[in-house]
Design a protein around this ligand. Structure first.
Ligand SMILES: C[S@@+](CC[C@H](N)C(=O)[O-])C[C@H]1O[C@@H](n2cnc3c(N)ncnc32)[C@H](O)[C@@H]1O
Length: 210
């Protein structure tokens, strides 16, 4: 499948974001908040997909914690930035929509830092289904994005719309919080841990079509 141009690509955002985070990393600033929460969700040496990895900061932090991580990122400039900032980082120039079951199974898919707000228009359910399809048994998805004070060009995605989309994709909310330190849910930022919805017999059914 040829993926559609993402809102991120349409906005031409990669330069500023990539450079800003590369500078923070070289200044020794803490950019590992999302990865610390991801790490607490995982057994040691787990298999993780960083979906929309940007300049690779979350992947790098999870590799340092001993996990087996694959990063995918469709923006070529960010793939270059990731390789420059973290030589040897396992990052592929790919889109979430191009994932297939053969890419898994993963214990956790990390989809943080507003990735859900920068997908190609109208592809939210498809992206959620694609991430669900690569989960292993008891696999989960960690998602985080701004509900208010969104960056320019980001999709105005409400928590209710997101939760309707994840339900349609055969997922359910295991946890919702307001920060990566698990402060209570709020209307400013959303952090979700998702797992596969189960039927009454406890089986995990395939994702439903809308
Ligand atoms: C603000 S950046 C965040 C990057 C990274 N997750 C982080 O937290 O540092 C948003 C990212 O979403 C990515 N993105 C948007 N749509 C995507 C898609 N369909 N597949 C994979 N990545 C996508 C963009 O290319 C961009 O790197």
């Amino acid at each position: 499948m040829t993926a559609r141009r993402t809102r991120w690509q349409e906005a031409g955002n990669s330069g500023n974001y990539g450079k800003r985070f590369a500078e923070l990393v070289s200044a020794g600033e803490d950019v590992d908040g999302e990865a610390r929460l991801a790490d607490t969700l995982l057994p040691r040496g787990a298999r993780v997909l960083d979906a929309g990895a940007g300049m690779g900061r979350v992947t790098a932090a999870l590799l340092r914690r001993g996990h087996d991580v694959v990063a995918i990122e469709p923006d070529e400039a960010l793939v270059r930035q990731a390789r420059e900032t973290y030589p040897g980082l396992p990052i592929e120039g790919r889109d979430i929509l191009d994932l297939g079951p053969d890419d898994g199974p993963f214990d956790l898919v990390v989809c943080v830092g507003n990735v859900m707000l920068y997908l190609a228009e109208g592809t939210e359910r498809e992206a959620l289904r694609a991430m669900r399809a690569v989960l292993g048994e008891n696999g989960r998805i960690l998602v985080g994005f701004h509900l208010q004070d969104r960056p320019p060009h980001a999709h105005a995605y409400t928590a209710a719309e997101f939760e309707a989309d994840l339900t349609a994709a055969g997922l359910r909310v295991a946890l919702r919080a307001g920060t990566y330190q698990l402060h209570p849910a709020n209307e400013v930022y959303g952090v979700w841990v998702l797992d596969c919805a189960q039927d009454e017999a406890g089986r995990q059914p395939p994702a439903r079509r809308p």
